[in-house]
Ligand binder design. Structure first.
Ligand code: NDP
Ligand code: HSE
Length: 434
């Protein structure tokens, strides 16, 4: 039976994502009504700059007082697409206090305060949905939270930031410079308000924290995620990667320990073989591998950023939350019953590609190899090359290791730096996906 009284929606934020949410709500209004079983009406749009022209939006809906909009008594669902911690956190809290379910795309806030926000939603018997917070348009949060709820996820590895994938892809495929590629990603609406969040890995780390919590049914906060950005990745790193039959991607990797007693969560650039499916993820696309005990390996792939793709995920949540409202029920809340500790990065075991500038004289190779051995790091391959400019007696030494704990690798590098014959550690990159 179709309900004629509309469900009223407050749109908090009308930028890259919010404007697309408003557009789709308007243009697909009839379909949304059929799918939900009641009309959804845009009842107010909160922004910062009220005088800005917003195509397709009735100016009478615009307000700068988001709190008053939420408190006025007729709103059923709020869509938070402002971003950042405040005022988004206060507004979501206000929404719950006023009986309003929330759809959000705000990974920074969810990674920092997800537990408290989930608790508030549960306390008030309301929904908190956030499919758009991780990997843009890709259905990932709901499949992991619901479709895989009967399985045991052991590992998640993927590209979860569109901006950095766009930059790395351009650097690799066209030789574009870092700043030029970042400017293009920003103009296309992929980057965060402060792109440092993208390039320094904070955005991917926030998404990693959210995914780890869902995958392992535990609480993982942003601070628990080891993070390295991609600003140090150079053309020389891409050249080294190519020589190894690899490319470089910013990866988020979440793992359950073999004994099942702890988890690790990390974000860093890594070399991956060109034969690995993640190597062919181009532009602002994202891709995430989920390894579950019974299901095996699943791959989720699609546009990871941008207004319309992200709005697709927001609208999916809107439909789900609206259906729940009509059924006077709620969807699944937070599931964090395992309380697994997050192990430090030093415990992570992986392979490494280390590029050293060394003195080009007898015995250096043996000295370097001994240092690796003393720290229990086994070498897979070594390649030495004289400097092409022939300056001084210096060579470039590239060492690729077998799998070793991160702490052992750090100890090795520290010891290498102290050797007179090692003039510099040009780069250290993890090697994944083999
Ligand atoms: P924008 O910066 O484009 O939009 C932010 C919106 O919030 C603007 O409309 C702005 O108003 C409004 N705003 C800012 N401060 C306030 C305030 N105090 N009160 C009311 N409104 C305010 O951001 P995006 O649309 O790109 O991102 C929104 C959220 O979606 C973020 O959490 C982001 O991380 C997330 N996200 C973004 C994706 C993307 O590709 N862009 C993809 C996935 C998630 P005004 O228009 O007046 O400036
Ligand atoms: N800035 C984010 C990205 C938006 O580039 O992935 C999507 O979450």
């Amino acid at each position: 039976m179709m309900r004629t009284r509309p469900l009223k929606v407050a749109l908090l934020g009308c930028g890259v994502v919010g404007s697309e949410v408003a557009r789709i709500m308007t243009t697909h209004a009839d379909d949304l009504t059929q799918r939900i079983g009641a009309p959804v009406e845009l009842a107010g749009v909160a922004v910062r700059r009220p005088s800005k022209v917003r195509e397709g939006i009735d100016p009478a809906l615009i307000t700068t007082d988001a709190t008053a909009l939420l408190k006025r008594g007729d709103i059923d669902i709020a869509i938070e697409v402002i971003g950042g911690i405040e005022p988004a956190r206060a507004l979501i809290t206000t929404a719950f206090e006023n009986g309003i379910s929330v759809v959000s795309a705000n990974k920074a806030l969810l990674a920092q305060d997800g537990a408290a926000l989930h608790a508030a939603a549960e306390q008030h018997g309301l929904d908190l949905y956030y499919e758009a917070a991780v990997a843009g348009a890709i259905p990932l949060v709901r499949p992991m939270r619901e479709s895989l709820a009967g399985d045991k996820i052991n590992r998640v590895m993927g590209i979860v930031n569109g901006t950095t994938n766009f930059i790395l892809d351009k650097m690799d495929s066209t030789g574009a410079g870092y700043q030029e590629a970042l400017d293009e990603a920003t103009a296309l609406g992929y980057a965060e308000a402060d792109p440092t969040a993208d390039v320094e890995g904070y955005d991917a780390a926030a998404k990693a924290a959210i995914l780890a919590g869902i995958a392992f049914h535990t609480r993982v906060r942003l601070d628990d995620v080891y993070r390295e950005g991609m600003t140090e990745v150079s053309a020389a790193d891409f050249a080294s990667a190519k020589r190894m039959g690899c490319t470089i991607k910013l990866l988020a990797i979440l793992e359950r320990a073999a004994d099942g007693e702890s988890v690790t969560a990390r974000v860093h650039p890594a070399m991956i073989p060109l034969s690995h499916p993640l190597s062919s993820v181009r532009e602002a696309y994202n891709a995430v591998f989920v390894e579950a005990e019974a299901a095996g390996r699943l791959m989720f792939y699609g546009p990871g950023a941008g207004g319309a793709p992200t709005a697709s995920a927001v609208l999916g949540d809107l439909v789900a939350v609206a259906r729940n409202k009509l059924a006077e029920s709620t969807g699944p809340g937070e599931s964090a019953y395992t309380q697994l500790p997050v192990s430090p990065m030093g415990d992570v075991v992986t392979r490494y590609h280390i590029s050293l500038d060394v003195a080009d004289k007898p015995g250096v190779l043996a000295q370097v190899a001994t240092t690796f051995a003393e720290h229990g790091v086994s070498i897979d391959t070594v390649r030495q090359q004289g400097r092409p400019d022939g300056v001084g007696k210096e060579a470039s030494l590239v060492v690729v290791t077998h799998r070793a704990p991160d702490a052992a690798l750090s100890g090795t590098v520290e010891a290498l730096r102290k050797l007179d014959t090692v003039h510099g550690v040009a780069s250290i990159m993890r090697v994944e996906g083999e």
